[in-house]
Ligand binder design. Structure first.
Ligand code: GAR
Length: 190
């Protein structure tokens, strides 16, 4: 059984979709949700889904081994970022080399980097009159949004779109492709 940890900071729609997708899987188990915001709504979702959620503050991530120790204790072999705001610290990156992936709500390398998160990304895409946007699933390295790209899917951006309507289109792509992509990557490393 592959045991996954999902890292999240916010609402948690991706966490919910991933957890529901793998609910009956005999190959992949969503073991724990790790959060860096005490009051993130994703924690409510985790409780409803029956998945443990653990909060760690910035110091726990960057100045201790406690997150890594917890992941090891739970036999986690793959990490999925789902709307997670912090850079992954070096001790976790080293231990989980090529076993951490992220989803970004734009077509990287455009609209990536520090501060490019959720709504900010969509706002910039609209301001720049882009004709298309999409999602990028990529491996995670020590920089924001720069690891090797695994998968992209596009959607049209029309002149009527707002950051909110674009976010809805992107969420649909995330729902359609993130769980499936996780499945194929994790099953390939078995
Ligand atoms: C998602 O759209 C995800 O792609 C994005 O944050 C949102 C989280 O939504 N991630 C990033 O912007 C990473 N730079 P959710 O909490 O409802 O899953």
């Amino acid at each position: 059984m592959n045991k996954l940890a999902l890292f999240a900071s916010g609402n948690g729609t991706n966490v919910q979709q991933i957890a529901e997708y793998f609910k009956d899987s005999d190959k992949i188990k969503i073991e724990v949700v790790i959060v860096n915001k005490k009051d993130a709504y994703v924690r409510q979702r985790a409780k409803i889904l029956g998945i443990d959620d653990i909060y760690y503050g910035r110091d726990d991530f960057y100045n201790s081994n406690s997150v890594l120790e917890e992941l090891k204790k739970r036999d986690i072999n793959f990490i999925v970022l789902a709307g997670f705001l912090l850079l992954i610290p070096k001790n976790i990156l080293d231990y989980y080399k090529n076993r951490i992936i992220n989803i970004h709500p734009a077509l990287l390398p455009k609209y990536g980097g520090k501060g490019m998160y959720g709504h900010n990304v969509h706002q910039k895409v609209i301001e720049n009159n882009e004709k298309e946007s999409g999602i990028t699933i990529h491996y995670v390295d020590e920089n924001y949004d720069e690891g090797q790209i695994i998968f992209q899917a596009k959607c049209e951006v029309t002149s009527n779109d707002t950051a909110e309507t674009l976010a809805a289109k992107i969420h649909n792509l995330e729902k359609e492709y993130y769980p499936k992509t996780i499945k194929s990557i994790v099953e390939a490393i078995e």
